[in-house]
Design a protein around this ligand. Structure first.
Ligand SMILES: Nc1ncnc2c1ncn2[C@@H]1O[C@H](COP(=O)(O)OP(=O)(O)O)[C@@H](O)[C@H]1O
Ligand SMILES: [Mg+2]
Length: 268
C-alpha cells in the first residue's frame, strides 16, 4: 500500500492525512429477472490526496460498477463510502448529486459531451449548475481549455473536434470544478493508440499538478508505471499496491467475463 512511484510529486506521506475516498465492505448485486449478478463482493479501498490509482482487471469483473458505486452514481447494497469526509449513502439523492458535482470529476470512454454546445459551454455547464456566475464560469472554462492545450477550440462543437480533442474537453470539464477526486473509466478505450498515449500523458500531467485520480484502464503502460495498481477480479480487490508485483498482463485483460451468475430465489 501507498507505494511511492515515479509520478508522485508530493513530499509528505499520503497515509498521514485522512483519505479522500474510503470504501468499506461495498457490495453491489444486479438483479434482472431471476438472475443475480454479484458485481461487487465487498470492496475496501482508500485513496489519499495526490494519489494516482490505476484500476485494471478482466472485462465484466466489476471495474465500472466499482467506479459507479464508489462515486455515488449508483446505489450500493451494503457497505459505506466516504468522499472528502462525507458519507455518500447517508445523504439524500439531491445532496449526493450536489456533492458529486462539486467534489468529483468524471472522464468516460464515450466522451459524453453535449453535441449542440461548444467546448467552452460543455465545460462551464457543471459550474453553472452549481450556481457559479456565468462570467466566472466562462473564465474558468477558458483557463482549463488552455491547460489541456485547446485554447483555440473554445467555440468548436464536439462534432468539429477529433476524438482526442473531445477527450481533452472532457478532462477539462472534469478539472474545472477543482474536484477532490477525478474518476476516469477507460478514458482511452475509444481512441487510437497514439491519441490514447496523448490522453494518458495529459492525465499524468494533471496528476503531477497535484490532482487525485482513479483511472480504470486496459492501458498496460499506465497500469505498470503508475504508483499504485488495483486489480479487480470477480468483484473483489485481488491486488492493491506495487504494480511490479501485480499479476501478469495476460491475467489482467482476457476477453471473457468470469463472474458467477446465480439464480435468485423468486418469491411466488
Ligand atoms: N445495470 C446492470 N444490470 C445488470 N448487470 C449489470 C449491470 N451493469 C453491469 N452488470 C454486470 O455486472 C458485472 C460487472 O460489470 P462491469 O462493472 O461493467 O465490469 P467491467 O467494467 O469490469 O467490465 C458484469 O457481469 C455485468 O454484466
Ligand atoms: Mg467497464
Amino acid at each position: 500500500m501507498n507505494d511511492v512511484g515515479p509520478h508522485r510529486p508530493h513530499t509528505d506521506t499520503p497515509a498521514t492525512r485522512p483519505p479522500i475516498l474510503s470504501a468499506r465492505g461495498v457490495v453491489k448485486t444486479y438483479r434482472s429477472g431471476t438472475q443475480e449478478v454479484h458485481a461487487l463482493r465487498g470492496i475496501d479501498l482508500d485513496v489519499h490526496a495526490g494519489e494516482l490509482v490505476t484500476v485494471m482487471g478482466p472485462s465484466g469483473n466489476g471495474k465500472t460498477t466499482l467506479l459507479n458505486c464508489l462515486s455515488g452514481l449508483d446505489d450500493i447494497d451494503a457497505g459505506t463510502v466516504t468522499v472528502d469526509g462525507d458519507d455518500l449513502f447517508a445523504m439524500s439523492d439531491v445532496e449526493r448529486t450536489r456533492h458529486r458535482a462539486t467534489r468529483m470529476g468524471f472522464v468516460f470512454q464515450a466522451f459524453n459531451l453535449i453535441p449542440v454546445f461548444s467546448a467552452a459551454e460543455n465545460i462551464e455547464l457543471p459550474l453553472l449548475i452549481t450556481g457559479i456566475a456565468p462570467r466566472v464560469a466562462r473564465k474558468r472554462a477558458l483557463d482549463v481549455l488552455g491547460r489541456v492545450g485547446l485554447a483555440r477550440r473554445a467555440d468548436h462543437r464536439p462534432g468539429e473536434l477529433s476524438g482526442g480533442e473531445q477527450q481533452r474537453v472532457t478532462v477539462a470539464r472534469a478539472l474545472v470544478g477543482e474536484p477532490a477526486l477525478i474518476w476516469a473509466d477507460e478514458p482511452t478505450g475509444a481512441l487510437d493508440s497514439r491519441t490514447a498515449g496523448d490522453i494518458i500523458g495529459l492525465l499524468l500531467e494533471v496528476h503531477s499538478a497535484g490532482q487525485t485520480l482513479v483511472i480504470v484502464t486496459h492501458d498496460e503502460g499506465l497500469g505498470r508505471t503508475g504508483q499504485r495498481l488495483v486489480v479487480v477480479r470477480d468483484g473483489r480487490v485481488a491486488h492493491d499496491g506495487d504494480p511490479r508485483t501485480a499479476p501478469a498482463a495476460t491475467e489482467l485483460v482476457p476477453a471473457a467475463a468470469t463472474l458467477a451468475v446465480t439464480s435468485a430465489e423468486v418469491a411466488s
